[in-house]
Design a protein around this ligand. Structure first.
Ligand SMILES: *Cc1c(COP(=O)(O)O)cnc(C)c1O
Length: 427
């Protein structure tokens, strides 16, 4: 069933470390051979062996419209014939800034970059430059890209490998990164009491999607905002995953919180490399060329990538878009839960907008420690069972899942039907 993928993986391992260009893709957490894809359209992916899958990874979030949406593809083609890159400003970048600032009111000024990693790395540098402070606070299990100072107890691939930090990060670089438990109010209070005045910033996934899917309480998030304000620490919402994914205004609209800085990525590029960071005008005024914080990029605001992003942002603003996306995602979670219950398999699921989490534990986890207690072996068997039946899930128990506008009720029913067959084999 996976012969060509296996051959390609064997070949790739000779020239590419681990055969992949991003670690989680290697299937190490779930075992087996990664699938090599050839084509995507709407809710489906086709691999090199000709197998079709209903896709719940969506390129890890960007594919909110489904794969190869015709309007986005057309926008990319039109931009491409006019030149792939100028390294100079374009009108499309202004249009993109206008869209982002209109949709996320906490962002008064924004700068485009080419990845989420660049966005968070730059936001941290900006926070340090703007406050003149060094320390940053992050939370266990949150992933903010692979910049040195952020690779401390990070989620996603770093979690999957049980290898929370990384070799090659000098201890002095990580020394100013303080890590505490996610969604733990007492730890938060104690940390601010101890070092609140030394913190340049707090960076958080306002809804965590890199330790599976964990939604903190409103009370916790509002107290975090209050503590940052009181102590003069900038609050950075890393919405690279949640931005335009859990709703049009991101997680900050869900909580009704105004962060000082926001990082974006994934959906805003519509499948092309675009990231962004932005926030309060007086903070952004610290950026070069008007301020002293340096940041740059040869391909920043790339015209082809921005064309994909702009078209994606236009399409997600169609009336009813998020209502429909949420309804589809909720239906998926409910039907999977019902199928698991019928099979007598301990299982729970949760979602917001087009983002969801499934857990092999009876109760929804509310923090990292609880996520770690879910049954990983069962997840892995579920993953492979679903894969064999043509459903592509993230190859790790510690990743969120994504539904697109292209997923239909029939896709959800087919997924639930196949899941019920797989659940029956797990217990
Ligand atoms: C994906 C992700 C990043 C990193 O983005 P890249 O484009 O992979 O560099 C940062 N933060 C969060 C919350 C993410 O989900």
């Amino acid at each position: 069933m996976f012969d060509k993928s296996k051959d390609l993986f064997n070949q790739s391992q000779r020239l590419i470390p681990g055969g992949v260009n991003s670690p989680v893709r290697a299937f190490r957490a779930v075992g087996g051979t990664p699938i090599f894809f050839e084509k995507g359209a709407g809710a489906y992916l086709w691999d090199v062996d000709g197998n079709r899958y209903i896709d719940y990874v969506g390129s890890w979030g960007p594919a909110i419209l489904g794969h190869a949406h015709p309007d986005v593809v057309t926008a990319v083609q039109r931009a491409a014939v006019n030149g792939l890159s100028f390294g100079a400003p374009t009108a499309a970048e202004y249009a993109m800034a206008e869209q982002i600032c209109a949709l996320v009111p906490s962002i008064e000024q924004v700068r485009l970059v080419s990845s989420g990693t660049e966005a968070t790395m730059s936001a941290i540098r900006l926070a340090r430059g703007a406050t003149g402070r060094k320390k940053l606070l992050k939370f266990e299990g949150c992933y903010h890209g692979h910049a040195d100072s952020l690779l401390v107890k990070a989620g996603s691939g770093a979690l999957t490998f049980g290898n929370p930090s990384s070799a090659g990060v000098p201890p002095e670089v990580a020394a100013d990164t303080v890590v505490i438990a996610y969604h733990d109010l007492a730890a938060l209070e104690a940390t601010f009491t101890a070092i609140g005045k030394e913190l340049a910033c707090v960076i958080i996934e306002p809804i965590a999607g890199n330790m599976n899917f964990v939604k903190p309480s409103h009370a916790y998030m509002h107290r975090l905002r209050e503590l940052c304000t009181t102590h003069g620490a900038l609050l950075i919402f890393d919405e690279v995953m949640t931005g335009f994914r859990v709703g049009l205004g991101g997680a900050q609209a869900h909580f009704g919180i105004t962060p000082d800085l926001t990082t974006l990525g994934k959906v805003i590029g519509g499948g092309m490399p675009v990231g962004a960071f932005g926030g309060k005008r007086d903070i952004m005024a610290n950026m070069a060329p008007i301020g002293a914080v340096y940041q740059a990029g040869t391909l920043s605001g790339n015209p082809v990538a921005v064309a994909a992003g702009l078209k994606t942002l236009a399409l997600i603003q169609q009336p009813g878009f998020y209502e429909e996306l949420s309804a589809t995602t909720t239906a998926l979670c409910e039907k999977l839960s019902a199928a698991a219950a019928a099979a007598g398999c301990a299982f729970s699921a949760a979602s917001l907008g087009g983002m969801f989490g499934v857990y092999f534990s009876a109760n929804l986890p509310t923090n990292y420690a609880e996520v770690m207690q879910s049954d990983r072996d069962r997840f892995n068997r579920f993953f492979h069972g679903m894969l064999a039946k043509g459903v592509y899930l993230a190859p790790s128990a510690f990743e969120a899942g994504f539904v697109s506008k292209a997923h239909t009720a029939a896709d959800i029913d087919a997924t639930a039907q196949r899941a019920s067959e797989v659940f029956a084999t797990l217990v």
